[in-house]
Write a protein that binds this ligand. Structure first.
Ligand SMILES: Cc1cc2nc3c(=O)[nH]c(=O)nc-3n(C[C@H](O)[C@H](O)[C@H](O)COP(=O)(O)OP(=O)(O)OC[C@H]3O[C@@H](n4cnc5c(N)ncnc54)[C@H](O)[C@@H]3O)c2cc1C
Length: 457
């Protein structure tokens, strides 16, 4: 045995990297294994939240302040990719330092694979390392799902990770999948001036949102030149020229064929258990292939936990961070904290402007039998939005008529990813909506719209 440790963390994910220094501080010996030297810090830092939002910001600025000619757009895009790379490289180094040098945790770069439920083999560049651990945390994240479409193995077809390295701005891009990741990339590339078409196989755009919200989002995206094709199935992908690819589509009354320079596959993300040899540890998976955990993230093996995307919870960095809190509490605290404590989980889709929600939609509230009052306000009502020249969108609140509690809040508009956190904190406090309505906010600000919105109840 090369190492015998108290805790082995497989994958440099958000939960694991936050937990590792904490565990070391408690006097435990800890090893973190990361399969790629390009992934210290995990998905969010390297190929997820950070690079996409860096590009989204640049794309927003360019869309707002004018595009220029093709050459200028190409240049600005290439510059944005470069700056994104610099940011990611800096953060990756910082993350490695934080875990490795500053906390006494050993980081091993290599691919981990179970031999037994306590012994893991790590294949590194220089050979194989065997680690025996008393406790094991699996934090290996998720990977893009590649649909089984003939011709999909094409050099112009990209996953989100691959697209982030595309140095040349494509003139025309198709995005397969109208989910959050697909919409964010659509918004980014449309902002830079690419002609974007979203191909979504479902019949409804943004099916989890209320129709009025989805329709407003669709209108704004279409105004930015994004074409949205519903009930559109890609049946074949083929090269037609050196720089062009063709998609054959099956659709009741939409596009039958699309031609362009780049295709993004954004059809969801599955558990990343590749090569983990999970069977050797006897760890159970769910029907969808995620690692089965209870509400304290424990697997069927008492000494193994699964954190972050790989356990099938909502795929967000801040959920992985909350998984860290559960383990911390479970091992060193009250032991009471569970996934069921997540009363409110705000979400933001970083299109331009962002779409954010916390709590129930109107449809969900009605389905759950609530007697509700619904209020809406267009973003044009905000002086701040007018100053920012970002007047697209609307706000919507759902209030329980009986208890006066705020059941849900949706905002499609500038800075909604900040405003939604205020509402989330408020909803956790279980106070009547009138408290938020009468809260003093700074002026001018987007959050002061909450006063006006709730005044309408
Ligand atoms: C394009 C995109 C945009 C996103 N935007 C957002 C956003 O704006 N906000 C947000 O909250 N979330 C966003 N997400 C989701 C977010 O990135 C993930 O939910 C989060 O990073 C999950 O972290 P994790 O803890 O599960 O592990 P990850 O950060 O995924 O880390 C897992 C690590 O394990 C390593 N690994 C895997 N298998 C092995 C093995 N066998 N041995 C060793 N190492 C291994 C991987 O290389 C990886 O580094 C986005 C995701 C994508 C793809």
């Amino acid at each position: 045995m090369d190492h015998t440790v108290d805790v082995l963390i497989i994958g440099f994910g958000k939960a694991g990297k936050t937990l590792a220094p904490y565990l070391a501080k408690q006097g435990l010996s800890v090893i973190v294994v990361e399969q790629s030297s390009q992934m210290y810090g995990g998905t969010c830092i390297n190929v997820g939240c950070i690079p996409t939002k860096a590009l989204a910001h640049q794309s927003h600025l360019i869309a707002q302040y004018g595009l220029g000619n093709t050459e200028a757009r190409q240049e600005r895009y290439a510059q944005a990719i470069l700056e994104k790379d610099e940011l990611v490289t800096m953060l990756r180094g910082k993350n490695l330092k934080m875990v490795n040098e500053q906390s006494g945790v050993t980081v091993i770069t290599g691919k981990a694979s179970f031999l037994t439920d306590h012994i893991v083999e790590i294949k590194t560049q220089d050979g194989t390392i065997l680690v025996e651990a008393s406790r094991i945390l699996i934090n290996t994240g998720a990977k893009p799902i590649i649909p089984d479409i003939p011709g999909i193995q094409n050099s112009k077809v990209y996953t989100s990770t691959e697209l982030l390295n595309l140095g040349k701005l494509p003139e025309r891009m198709a995005i397969i999948g109208g989910g959050y990741i697909g919409l964010e990339f659509a918004s980014i590339y449309a902002g830079f001036g690419t002609e974007v078409t979203i191909l979504e196989q479902g019949a409804t755009f943004l099916p989890r949102e209320d129709q009025d919200i989805a329709s407003e989002v669709r209108t704004v995206l279409e105004q930015k030149g994004i074409r949205i094709e519903l009930q559109s199935h890609v049946v074949q992908i083929e090269d037609i020229e050196k720089n062009e690819v063709q998609l054959d589509l099956s659709s009741p009354d939409g596009l039958k064929e699309w031609r362009g320079n780049a295709v993004l596959v954004a059809t969801g993300r599955a558990a990343n258990t590749d090569g983990l040899n999970i069977e050797a540890a006897g760890i159970q998976l769910t029907a969808r292939g995620f690692i089965q955990v209870d509400d304290k993230l424990q697997t069927n093996k008492q000494h193994v936990w699964a954190l972050g995307d790989v356990n099938g919870g909502p795929q967000f960095t801040y959920i992985s961070l909350d998984d860290y809190r559960i383990i911390k509490d479970h091992w060193f605290g009250t032991g009471l904290r569970t996934t069921s404590d997540r009363k409110t989980v705000p979400t933001s889709v970083f299109i331009d402007p962002p779409l954010s929600r916390v709590g129930l939609s109107e449809t969900e509230a009605l389905q759950q039998g609530y007697d509700i009052r619904v209020v809406k306000l267009p973003v044009t009502a905000s002086t701040r939005a007018r100053q920012l020249k970002q007047t697209d969108g609307l706000l919507k609140a759902i209030v329980d008529s009986k208890t006066e509690q705020l059941l849900g809040f949706t905002m499609f508009g500038a800075e909604s990813s900040e405003v939604v956190n205020i509402v989330s904190v408020f909803m956790n406090s279980s106070q009547p909506y009138t408290v938020l309505r009468d809260t003093i906010f700074t002026h001018p600000s987007m959050s002061e719209m909450l006063n006006d919105l709730l005044n309408l109840v």
